[in-house]
Design a protein around this ligand. Structure first.
Ligand SMILES: [Ca+2]
Ligand SMILES: [Ca+2]
Length: 308
């Protein structure tokens, strides 16, 4: 009799056992995320396969671009992963303000076998913003080169000629900020550190042109092909002070679109040596001089870009 009772109790316990609830194990973007990009999809991972019909009922959003009629969705990973693809790319903020998007999965959400969602999911996130920052050069890549030598760890960059009448060119390299998603505008700010003898009069004008330095500054970069026609500086850029400024937005955008990690620039004179056995050169501070001269004395790229 006691044995029968035990069997009955065990059977009762098995019947009453609630099914394991459906749980969200991972979500991208997570709640509070900044910097969702136009190429991103939303993904929600569960501990078990889900019912797509219940998702259609449970999904809610009042954000432009994420409303139920504005998304496509699919199941992956044996029905455990839901991928939501906005039919049109979400907008980016046109300024520094965060642009918020959000969606919810309500309690109607079910697993394939009717399992209830353990807790409704609410996610709020922001897309990329329009940000402006001052970039300093990469110290390993800013330097000077002749046709046979490279100097990239000095505190100054030189462009002009040297006492051996050899032409000297200088290089600047500005890497994109981390997690950037597009370049909008770029302004090169070039403070002159010093002029040795009369480079502008003897060698000018000064040319500024985009190049691709690749992994390192090398001798071959002296004569590598420029990627666009140069900007020309006749010296008037420094007339009102010691800082000249140039719009290099097109070059920066092109570098971004080509998948290059930076904007690399080369400075050279139109006449690369006047053969007078005297060094005629302009000097700019390299990144290595940041601690002694201060960032304001260094070449900078004022970059407007999409960032988180
Ligand atoms: Ca350097
Ligand atoms: Ca000279």
């Amino acid at each position: 009799m006691r044995k029968l009772l035990l069997v009955l109790l065990l059977a009762l316990a098995a019947c009453g056992q609630a099914p394991t609830p459906l749980e969200v194990t991972n979500v991208y973007p997570p709640d509070g995320y900044h910097g969702f990009t136009k190429s991103d999809d939303i993904s929600i991972e569960f501990n078990r396969p889900i019912s797509l019909d219940s998702f259609v009922t449970a999904y809610r959003s009042t954000s432009d671009g994420l409303r139920p009629e504005e998304i496509a969705f699919s199941l992956q990973d044996g029905g455990r992963k839901l991928v939501i693809h906005p039919a049109h790319p979400l907008l980016y903020s046109p300024n520094e303000d965060y642009l918020y998007y959000g969606f919810e999965l309500g309690s109607e959400m079910r697993g394939l076998n009717g399992e209830r969602l353990s807790a409704p999911l609410e996610v709020s996130f922001t897309t990329m913003r329009t940000l402006t920052t001052s970039l300093l050069c990469e110290s390993a890549l800013d330097g000077s080169a002749t046709q046979t030598t490279v100097e990239n760890d000095g505190v100054a960059l030189f462009v002009g000629d040297n006492v051996y009448d050899a032409p000297v060119r200088s290089f600047l390299a500005f890497a994109w900020p981390e997690q950037s998603d597009g370049v909008i505008a770029a302004q090169l700010r070039l403070p002159l550190a010093a002029a040795q003898n009369s480079p502008m009069a003897d060698l000018g004008p000064l040319y500024i042109e985009p190049v691709d330095l690749g992994e390192a500054l090398e001798v071959s970069d002296f004569s590598a092909s420029a990627l666009a026609d140069p900007l020309s500086e006749d010296g008037s850029g420094w007339a009102g002070g010691n800082v000249a400024s140039y719009d290099v937005g097109d070059w920066a955008q092109q570098a971004w679109e080509d998948g290059r990690p930076r904007l690399d620039l080369r400075l050279r004179f139109a006449t690369e040596s006047d053969g007078d056995g005297v060094a005629d050169a302009l000097a700019f501070f390299a990144r290595e001089a940041e601690d002694t001269q201060g960032a304001g004395s260094l070449p900078t790229l004022e970059l407007t870009y999409y960032g988180p």
